[in-house]
Design a protein around this ligand. Structure first.
Ligand SMILES: [Zn+2]
Length: 333
C-alpha cells in the first residue's frame, strides 16, 4: 500500500466513524491510530490529516475524502502545508528536542486555516523525557490543533498519552494478503501470517529462523501418534521456555494448530491452503482423524488461560511443560 497523499480517501472500519464525527463537528483534539501493519497505520493517519486540512472534504457515509483540488489539498500533497507538522523517530527514538521544537511551533496560531495537524509517527518510540514533555502539550492543546499519533497498539504508548487520545484502528489484513508480501517459502509465510493475525510486522518475526525451527519441532512432537518419552518432552519444554517471546509464539503455534484441527473435523472438504499450517497439512489431517473435538475444545480453553498466565509472569518452564501435558492429557482422555 502506498502512503496516502492529499487525494486519498480514508477507508476501512474507521472511515464511517470519522465521517460521522466530522459531519457533526465532534472532533477530539487527539487520535491514536493503532492496528496491524505500519503502512496501514501511516496511510490511515495521513488520509485523516488530509481530510482535516482540506477546505471542502467529502463526508460520505462510506468515509471521508479530501476534495483534492483546493489549495490546502495541493499543499498537503506536496508536503508544504504550513499547518501540517510531522514528528518521526530520529533513529530508534523520538527525542525531547524534537518534542520541544514541535511545542515551540505550536505557540503560534495556525497560519492558513482554522486547523493545524500534528502527525506523530511511531508515538511508541518517544523516550520517557520526550513523552512527558509531549504529555504537557497534549493536556493543554492550542486551539485548532489536532494530534494524530500512530503506534502498533495502545499499550505500546505511555498510558497517560493513550488515555488522552481517541482510538482509531486500522483494518487487519487477511493472512493470505500478508503472506504474499513475505519472503521465503509460501507455506511458511502463510503460517507466519496466520500466527500474527495478518500483522506483517509480527509475521516477519515468526519467519525468523529460531521461531520457524521451534514451530517445526513443536508440530513434529505434538503430531506424533504417542507422546515422546518424558525426558524428551521435558527437553522440548525447556527449549520453548527459554524466553517469553518464544513461549508466546509456541502458544500461537498450538492455537493455530487447534484451529486447523477443528476446521478439518468440521468436514466440507477443506483444502490445504485454507489451513493455517498448509506446510503441515498431512500431519494436521492425521491428528484431526484421531483427536476428539471435545478434547481439543478443552485444550483450547487451557490455551486461553495460559495466555493470561503468561501476561501475569507465571514461570515459562511451568507453562511450557503444562502445555505439553495438557496436549497429551487431552489426547489420553
Ligand atoms: Zn481540499
Amino acid at each position: 500500500m502506498t502512503p496516502a497523499d492529499g487525494t486519498t480517501a480514508v477507508t476501512g472500519p474507521a472511515a464511517r466513524l470519522l465521517s460521522r464525527i466530522l459531519r457533526r463537528d465532534l472532533l477530539a483534539h487527539a487520535y491514536l491510530v493503532t492496528g496491524p501493519g505500519e503502512d496501514r497505520r501511516e496511510a490511515l493517519a495521513a488520509g485523516f490529516a488530509g481530510v482535516l486540512l482540506c477546505r471542502s472534504p467529502g463526508l460520505d457515509e462510506a468515509g471521508p475524502a479530501p476534495c483534492g483540488t483546493c489549495p490546502a489539498c495541493g499543499k498537503f500533497r506536496r508536503r508544504t502545508h504550513p499547518d501540517f507538522l510531522e514528528v518521526r523517530p530520529d533513529g530508534a527514538m523520538i527525542r525531547i528536542d524534537q518534542v520541544r521544537a514541535l511545542c515551540a511551533a505550536l505557540a503560534f496560531a495556525p497560519l492558513e486555516g482554522e486547523r493545524r495537524v500534528c502527525l506523530v509517527h511511531g508515538a511508541h518510540r518517544m523516550n520517557p523525557e520526550a513523552a512527558n514533555a509531549f504529555l504537557k502539550t497534549l493536556e493543554e492543546p492550542p486551539a485548532g490543533t489536532f494530534f494524530l499519533l500512530t503506534a502498533p497498539t495502545a499499550r505500546s504508548v505511555l498510558s497517560t498519552i493513550a488515555s488522552r487520545c481517541q482510538p482509531v484502528r486500522t483494518r487487519a489484513a487477511r493472512p493470505a494478503e500478508t503472506a504474499a508480501g513475505l519472503p521465503g517459502e509460501p507455506g511458511a509465510a502463510l503460517a507466519a501470517a496466520v500466527l500474527a493475525d495478518g500483522d506483517p510486522e509480527r509475521a516477519a518475526a515468526y519467519l525468523a529462523p529460531p521461531v520457524a525451527e521451534m514451530r517445526r519441532r513443536l508440530l513434529d512432537a505434538v503430531s506424533a501418534e504417542a507422546p515422546a518419552d518424558p525426558a524428551r518432552l521435558l527437553e522440548l519444554a525447556a527449549g520453548l521456555a527459554e524466553d517469553r517471546e518464544q513461549l508466546a509464539a509456541a502458544l500461537g503455534v498450538m492455537r493455530a494448530l487447534v484451529r486447523d484441527l477443528l476446521l478439518v473435523q468440521g468436514g466440507g472438504g477443506v483444502s490445504d491452503l485454507e489451513l493455517a499450517n498448509p506446510d503441515f497439512a498431512a500431519a494436521v489431517r492425521s491428528v484431526a482423524a484421531r483427536r476428539d473435538a471435545a478434547d481439543l475444545a478443552a485444550f483450547s480453553a487451557w490455551l486461553d488461560r495460559a495466555e493470561v498466565w503468561l501476561e501475569r509472569n507465571v514461570a515459562p518452564d511451568f507453562l511450557a511443560e503444562g502445555m505439553l501435558l495438557a496436549w497429551w492429557g487431552a489426547g489420553a482422555a
